[in-house]
Design a protein around this ligand. Structure first.
Ligand code: 3PG
Length: 398
């Protein structure tokens, strides 16, 4: 895909750049803002633009606010920016006011000097954002000279700060967007074989399009996490009290005969999948009615690691168990390590997804992967739609 790049020779001195990043990160918990790859990567883009004399207007969404809720204000992000990244954007807090907000913002920006960095309020606080509204895009345009998309993780959304504004301004793809797109393209073009895909998570229906796409391009698709349960249910295999997405049954029925689909051989079970639970392993088919499945079992870990060891292309999205509870995190950790060992050399290894990244970081081997995608839905849609994301299409046409 040919994306428009900002020429290194272009003078940016005093030019205002509307930079869409994806700083949609958890503010609490295991993968909070201060250790987020999303922030660390695009912080570099901001610093580069600022050092070239640009006035950088950083815009992001945060969460899925229904209205203007203080907990979703991007000001919360400012407090959490790690000191070591050396970024102190000025918060355009008055942009909170829908009527006067952007005008007030403009007044502040007029006084800016080259290199200044501003953080706009959560773009989803503006009603036009999710409607890809032209009027809102024009308000953004009034603040800016150029547009740059450095938000791969949001590029599957046809929203005003991703699509409408990019149509109106000279627009460029940011470095982290380019990095993500080229990494993803390698999974689709002529991937080296064997090509192994691992897909986990709770709901099969949310990942059907990506599984369909992977079944066409990969040699084996391993299904882990609760997404495997509808397959077991269709095969009339006892899964006890395990969570099963009912809507997933029809899909599982359709796919079950595909020889590329590989299901777990054994599982880790407990009376309750909860912290402190007493967990044990058993073969699939031996799960007791009183038990629930929380992870793939040791035989599966071995078998899937052996496949990874032979693979030349590997992609993984979605935890293979309830990975935020230590007793049910082993499957995901073993696979993370097996994949890390094989990546950057023997195989091309790409991992992504909001729930998968904490496990990858926990493995301590994150540096070993060829690419860690910050995209959750965007990564899945990129694979499923062969790169045809609205945020990329609008740049591609430029
Ligand atoms: C993500 O975290 O996957 C992106 O930031 C997109 O968020 P959204 O699903 O709320 O659009």
């Amino acid at each position: 895909m040919k994306l428009p790049l900002l020429p290194p020779s272009k003078s940016l001195k005093g030019k205002k750049i509307f930079l869409r990043v994806d700083w949609n990160v958890p503010l609490k918990g295991a993968f909070a803002a201060d250790e987020s790859l999303k922030i660390l990567r695009s912080a570099q883009t901001i610093k580069d633009l600022s050092s070239r004399g640009a006035i950088v207007l950083v815009a992001t969404h945060l969460g899925r606010p229904k209205k203007r809720e203080a907990e979703y204000s991007t000001e919360n992000l400012l407090k959490r920016l790690p000191a070591e990244i050396g970024l102190k954007p000025v918060f355009l807090g008055d942009a909170l006011d829908e009527k006067t907000g952007l005008e007030n913002a403009a007044k502040k920006i007029v006084k800016a000097t080259p290199g200044d960095v501003f953080l706009l309020e959560n773009v989803r606080f503006y009603t036009g954002e999710e409607k890809n509204d032209l009027k809102l895009a024009k308000a953004y345009v009034a603040l800016s000279d150029f547009y740059m998309n450095d938000a791969f993780a949001s590029s599957h959304r046809a929203h005003a700060s991703i699509v409408a504004v990019a149509k109106l301004l000279p627009s460029y793809a940011g470095p982290t967007l380019v990095q993500e797109v080229s990494a993803m393209e390698k999974l689709l073009g002529k991937p080296k074989r064997p090509y192994v895909a691992l897909i986990g998570g709770a709901k099969l229906t949310t990942k059907l399009p990506v599984i369909d796409a992977l079944l066409k391009v990969a040699d084996k698709v391993m299904i882990g996490g609760a997404m495997a349960h509808p397959f077991f249910a269709v095969k009339k295999i006892e899964i006890g009290k395990s969570y099963t997405e009912k809507e997933g049954l029809a899909a599982a029925r359709k796919m079950i005969k595909n020889p590329k689909i590989i299901l777990p051989l054994d599982v880790v079970v407990a009376r309750k999948v909860a912290p402190g639970a007493k967990a044990s392993a058993c073969l699939v088919g031996k799960v007791n009615k009183t038990e629930a499945i929380g992870d793939i079992g040791p035989q599966t870990m071995q078998a899937w690691s052996a496949e990874i060891k032979k693979a030349k292309t590997i992609v993984w999205n979605g935890p293979l168990g309830v990975a935020d509870i230590p007793a049910f995190s082993h499957g995901s950790l073993v696979i993370a390590r097996a994949m890390a060992i094989r990546s950057k050399g023997e195989a091309y290894g790409v991992v992504g997804g909001g729930d998968t990244l904490p496990v990858v970081m926990e493995s301590g081997m994150d540096e070993w992967f060829d690419h860690i995608s910050t995209g959750g839905g965007a990564m899945l849609e990129f694979i499923a739609k062969k790169g045809k994301l609205p945020g990329l299409a609008v740049l591609n046409k430029k």
